[in-house]
Design a protein around this ligand. Structure first.
Ligand code: GAR
Length: 211
């Protein structure tokens, strides 16, 4: 089983979906560590409730020195023997130093169908654009924000009566299915980097898309 560290900044509902999936004995990954850059992240207590090791690496302690923060993070990941890192609502931009060090072993979930709606307030912006399908993306992290080879995507309908909250709740429910699926593809070696894209080895049996 691949050893996965999950990085959070907040409530950690996607982290919980990964922890729950990894409880299945045939899941190809185990969650060995949860790290938050914020001491008050609600997800820390949830991880502890599952008996998972947690760490706080408070970015504020490092001032503007992003690399010093990341060197501390990297040391903690190495100490835990992490093979893969999953960002789950981790709201810090990572420097090229960290991203290159972990490239191909570092994944993120973003609440939109990339490359549409990078950045924040994705549900509000999807409604403003009048898109009829919205969703979530799991991708390998590259040094540009919310970009990098796409591993899996899922789509949900946008309904006429939607508010950012109602649409966001529909997407979040999808995220909780999508992220465990995508991590399964990566940890089992079925999702492989092929230049700027990812190929999924098992074809229709393990699609990169969820609806
Ligand atoms: C999720 O919707 C995740 O996709 C998003 O933050 C939320 C975290 O919720 N991530 C980003 O916007 C990253 N650009 P959670 O803490 O309950 O998993």
């Amino acid at each position: 089983r691949r050893r996965v560290a999950v990085l959070i900044s907040g409530r950690g509902s996607n982290m919980v979906s990964l922890i729950e999936a990894a409880r299945a004995p045939d899941y190809p990954a185990e969650i060995v560590l949860v790290v938050s850059n914020r001491p008050d992240a609600a997800g820390l207590a949830r991880a502890e409730g599952y008996g998972i090791a947690t760490a706080v690496i408070d970015h504020k302690a490092y001032g503007r020195d992003r690399e010093a923060f990341e060197r501390a993070l990297d040391a903690r990941l190495a100490a835990a023997g992490a093979d893969l890192v999953a960002l789950a609502g981790f709201m810090r931009l990572l420097t090229p130093w960290f991203v290159e060090r972990w490239f191909g072993r570092l994944v993120n979930i973003h609440p939109a169908l990339l490359p549409a709606f990078k950045g924040l307030d994705t549900h509000e912006r999807a409604l403003a654009e009048g898109v009829k399908l919205h969703g979530a993306t799991v991708h390998f992290v590259s040094s540009e924000m919310d970009a990098g080879p796409i591993i899996a995507q899922g789509a949900v309908p946008v309904l006429d009566a939607d508010t950012p909250d109602s649409l966001g709740a529909r997407v979040l429910e999808l995220e909780h299915r999508l992220y465990p699926h995508a991590l399964d593809l990566v940890a089992s070696g079925r999702a492989r980097l092929a230049g700027r894209t990812v190929s999924v080895a098992d074809g229709p049996a393990a699609p990169g898309s969820l609806i």
